[in-house]
Design a binder for this molecule. Structure first.
Ligand code: PGA
Length: 258
């Protein structure tokens, strides 16, 4: 069975002192679950180093919400995977906010993904359909395109550093999570697509669900066989809620799956 991963995407929230204090609180609160559940928090880049140091020696890992693809150079405002290498564990690529608000293309995301893997970051690739695409019944087509484009040229040996986050765009920040069945079905499709580049290794890649995950729905989502964890936005900003999601994940592991 794949070990669950709960990822907290803080987006553009908290000042540096607030973020640091919160990370230290999570360090204390999440300790009881560390043997069962992997946890990564993804603070804004400006506080990432400070928080990584504050969490040193504990099981919580840190991730960047975004990075460019070059190692260095005249790219004002950008951070590079090379700068993150060696101390930052994860890199999120292709969040729908990056795709939609910052116009990131499949081709750019493929470059970012390669750069992240080259520097041995554990890359979480986010994919998902918009409401319009969902309504038009185009989910499978959109996910197939996003996955194939982003994973183009990735080698078999790199599969172990990869996770996928399925985030239907219509579920992000709306309070309307996908139903567990729908999420599970789409994530099954994703796992099938991963077989063509990665063969049997596809069964080891973690696929997370994201989009309005809360303590109330975490359990029913995580009980699904294809759901290996969550990418949590809004609820990751509230220490009590995030901890309850991690707790629910641990509880699902300890009870038989549906
Ligand atoms: P949400 O965000 O949990 O607030 O819906 C999820 C995400 O954007 O990753």
């Amino acid at each position: 069975m794949r070990r669950p991963l709960i990822a907290g995407n803080w987006k553009m929230h908290f000042t540096v002192p607030e973020g640091l204090e919160y990370a230290l609180q999570l360090r204390r609160d999440l300790e009881p679950y560390s043997a069962l559940v992997d946890v990564v928090i993804m603070p804004p880049a400006v506080m990432l180093w400070e928080i990584a140091n504050a969490l040193r020696g504990c099981a919580i890992e840190v991730g960047a919400q975004n990075a460019g693809w070059e190692d260095q150079g005249p790219f004002t405002g950008e951070i590079s995977p090379k700068m993150l290498a060696g101390w930052c564990h994860y890199l999120l690529i292709g969040h729908s906010e990056r795709r939609q608000l910052f116009n990131e293309t499949d081709e750019e995301l493929n470059r970012k993904l390669h750069a992240g893997l080259r520097h041995r970051l554990k890359v979480i690739l986010a994919v998902g359909e918009t409401l319009e695409e969902y309504d038009a019944g185009r989910t499978a087509e959109v996910i197939t395109r996003q996955l194939n484009a982003a994973l183009y040229g990735v080698e078999l040996r790199q599969a172990t550093d990869l996770s996928i986050a399925y985030e239907p765009v219509w579920a992000i920040g709306t309070g309307k999570a996908a139903t567990p069945d729908y999420a599970n079905e789409t994530m099954g499709l994703i796992r099938g697509l991963l077989q063509s580049p990665f063969g049997a290794l596809a069964s080891q890649i973690r696929i997370l669900y994201g989009g309005s995950v809360t303590p109330a729905n975490a359990r029913s989502l995580l009980e699904q066989p294809e759901i290996d964890g969550g990418l949590v936005g809004g609820a990751s900003l509230k220490p009590g809620e995030f901890t309850r999601i991690v707790q629910a994940t641990a509880e699902v592991l300890q009870s038989p799956r549906v």
